[in-house]
Design a protein around this ligand. Structure first.
Ligand SMILES: [Ca+2]
Length: 417
């Protein structure tokens, strides 16, 4: 968890309207290497929406799109040219840490070191600023976080550090019968026994969601997957296929769109990346089924379509109340997990696409044409974080469904220019 909004980490992933295409069996988060040229989608985000968003920001279409997007119910004012700024290229890379086994999430501590979750080992390690990697023993057997039952895409997933109390570390993990969010005390280099914050999140071999992050409002956001019960993503009483917003104790946050419910937004397939810009806009990545991955601006109460709509959809879909993504990608070009916002862009770590997507972001919330960085450099990317010094950190993911090199997996610092 980053300590400032400008470096809000992405926590840590769409679908054309061709419903007939969606009948295929659920896929994993895709191991194949995509070689297609990188072209971002240009879906305009006109949001129908039966639940009104509260944000007054306008989420514009991506460059080249003709459909102006409205978010929060205000009319888009896209007649002016959005002003994009910030670095556009990676000018240097430094490997910070090596030999991480299936790392999933990287979060920053106030002293500039980082915690990294190791999904299948159910362990946490600390990466010092020097790059030294040291175990952070959990309270379970052999220093594991207890009760984690890794399987498929499940295991020890997201981490978040309480911005008001760096000794409180939150984790999202797969247990025997559910996914859950817990809190552990982090003191003396160890993690204490987990205290349950929120249980009962559906689990499956795939589509477990798993990113958690504190928003600028001080509340905890939790991304879940549909756990292969795809139709239930539309059921607001089912906690899979949602973005949830809860208090530190796991209660539905005050002001949530559906009274008494932790649900913030729904109709998601599998979200593994969230982050906020300086104006407090929330963005989320989403894995598509077989056609379209998505970048969404997330507004309270909105329905993001799955499984009725994957990807941009049609004007009719928007009239039916489904909010369209800001951008879409073919799944072999993206399959985005972690997301971060900062340096004038939204950054998405792509697994199957094996690249870092940069989506220019103007101060008024409009987005530009996505650009692909790092293609062919580091393989599958699981997470990205914007650091206070303006560099990026990316976490690779080649020890799961990838082609690892001897040092994989790695935490890599990117210098931007
Ligand atoms: Ca969608």
């Amino acid at each position: 968890m980053s300590t400032s909004r400008t470096s809000t980490r992405a926590r840590s992933a769409a679908v054309a309207a061709g419903l007939a295409l969606l009948a295929a069996a659920c896929t994993f988060d895709r191991a194949a290497t995509g070689t297609a040229s990188a072209t971002g989608g240009t879906a305009g985000g006109a949001a129908g929406g039966t639940a009104g968003g509260t944000a007054g920001s306008t989420a514009g279409s991506t460059a080249g799109s003709t459909a102006g997007g409205t978010a929060g119910g205000t009319a888009a004012t896209s007649t002016s040219t959005p002003s994009f700024s910030g670095p556009t290229d990676v000018v240097g890379t430094d490997v910070v840490a090596r030999n991480l086994a299936v790392p999933w999430d990287v979060v920053r501590l106030p002293d500039g070191s980082h915690l990294v979750s190791l999904r299948d080992e159910a362990r946490v390690v600390r990466v010092e600023r020097s790059g030294a990697v040291t175990p952070v023993p959990g309270s379970g057997t052999d220093g594991r976080v207890p009760d984690v039952v890794p399987a498929g895409e499940g295991g020890l997933l997201g981490l978040a550090v309480d911005p008001d109390d760096p000794t409180a570390v939150y984790a999202y993990f797969t247990a025997a019968d559910e996914n859950r969010v817990v809190r552990m005390q982090y003191a003396d280099g160890r993690l204490g026994p987990p205290t349950l914050v929120l249980g009962g999140l559906p689990r499956a071999v795939v589509h477990n969601g798993g990113r958690i992050a504190f928003g600028p409002d001080g509340l905890l956001y939790v991304t879940t997957g549909d756990a292969t019960d795809r139709g239930a993503a539309q059921d607001r009483d089912y906690l899979g296929g949602k973005i949830l917003r809860i208090t530190r104790d796991g209660d539905p946050a005050p002001g949530n769109p559906f009274p008494g419910s932790p649900v913030w937004s729904y109709g998601h397939r599998n979200v593994q990346g969230i982050g906020w810009d300086d104006a407090g806009r929330l963005f989320a990545s989403e894995f598509g089924q077989s056609t379209w991955d998505e970048l969404n601006q997330v507004l309270p109460g909105r329905n993001y379509g799955w499984p009725e709509v994957e990807g941009p959809g049609t004007a009719e879909d928007r009239e039916r109340g489904f909010t369209a993504p800001l951008a879409s990608w073919r799944t072999d070009e993206a399959s985005p997990s972690g997301l971060a916002v900062g340096r004038g862009a939204i950054w998405l770590a792509a697994l199957r696409g094996e690249r870092l997507w940069r989506v220019p972001l103007a101060s008024d919330g409009r987005t530009g044409e996505p650009e692909a960085l790092l293609q062919g450099r580091f393989g599958r990317l699981r997470d990205v974080e914007v650091e206070p010094d303006g560099s990026l950190l990316v976490l690779t993911n080649n020890t799961f469904r990838g082609s690892p090199v001897p040092d994989d997996d790695r935490l890599i610092r990117l210098r931007l220019g």
